[in-house]
Design a protein around this ligand. Structure first.
Ligand code: CA
Length: 225
């Protein structure tokens, strides 16, 4: 049984599904707005999200994108729009499955179980290793010489991207695109985050061990010599 987050603005539909999913043994929380759902996902980490695409505050595709920016939780989109193009677009934007409204709780239950089965059998890649640094993207944990690093979300994302590209100079533009998902932006934001990350790695800019700045080009993560 799973912790399900049901995102649906229609009270009648939400109450009916809540009741039936609970009867089937799931723990269910619900939200009527996309922004509420985003808060809920960050605060309570559900096993699966059922996302209605017709919400009053955000377009469904937009809500999915924002959700994907904060979590890898499996998402089943529920849509009245059954056009093939729309479904393809949503599956490409990170949805794991979809349901066309109206659907029964039994049908939803079966989809939830299928999505969870897939999520559980996905093999976890091992952590990336750079010298004495370990970066586990699945668990969102980084360790240096065995000691967990306390990193903010952006610091972690940046470190994970640098670790995937260890030994290669990564430009600020790439960090903006890959970590901030913005093609344009302020280099200063990057520099500030890099300096925080450097400090947490116990590096000094003057004598770096892991994080090397290549002036005018970018930054590179490497194992110390
Ligand atoms: Ca709706």
């Amino acid at each position: 049984m799973a912790m399900v987050l049901l995102v649906e603005d229609d009270d009648d539909v939400r109450q009916a599904l809540l009741r039936e999913l609970r009867d089937l043994g799931h723990t269910v929380r619900s939200a009527g707005l996309a922004l509420e759902a985003l808060r809920e996902v960050s605060a309570n980490a559900p096993d699966v999200v059922v996302l209605d695409l017709g919400l009053p505050d955000l377009d469904g595709a937009e809500a999915l994108k924002m959700l994907r920016a904060v979590s890898d939780v499996p998402v089943i989109v529920a849509t009245a729009r059954d056009g093939e193009q729309e479904i393809i677009r949503l599956l490409r934007s990170g949805a794991d499955d979809y349901l066309v409204k109206p659907f029964s709780a039994g049908h939803l239950h079966a989809r939830v179980e299928a999505v969870l089965r897939r999520a559980r059998t996905v093999t976890r890649p091992g952590p990336l290793v750079v010298g004495a640094l370990q970066v586990d993207a699945e668990r969102r944990q980084a360790r240096l010489e065995g000691t967990p690093l306390q990193l903010s979300r952006k610091e972690f994302d940046m470190l994970a991207f640098l670790a995937r590209n260890a030994g290669r100079v990564v430009s600020r533009r790439e960090l903006l695109t890959e970590v901030w998902q913005q093609p344009y932006g302020d280099d200063q934001t990057i520099d500030v985050h890099l300096s925080w990350l450097r400090r947490k790695l116990g590096d000094r800019a003057a004598a770096p061990r892991y994080l090397h700045t290549v002036r005018g080009v970018g930054v590179m993560l490497t194992a110390p010599e």
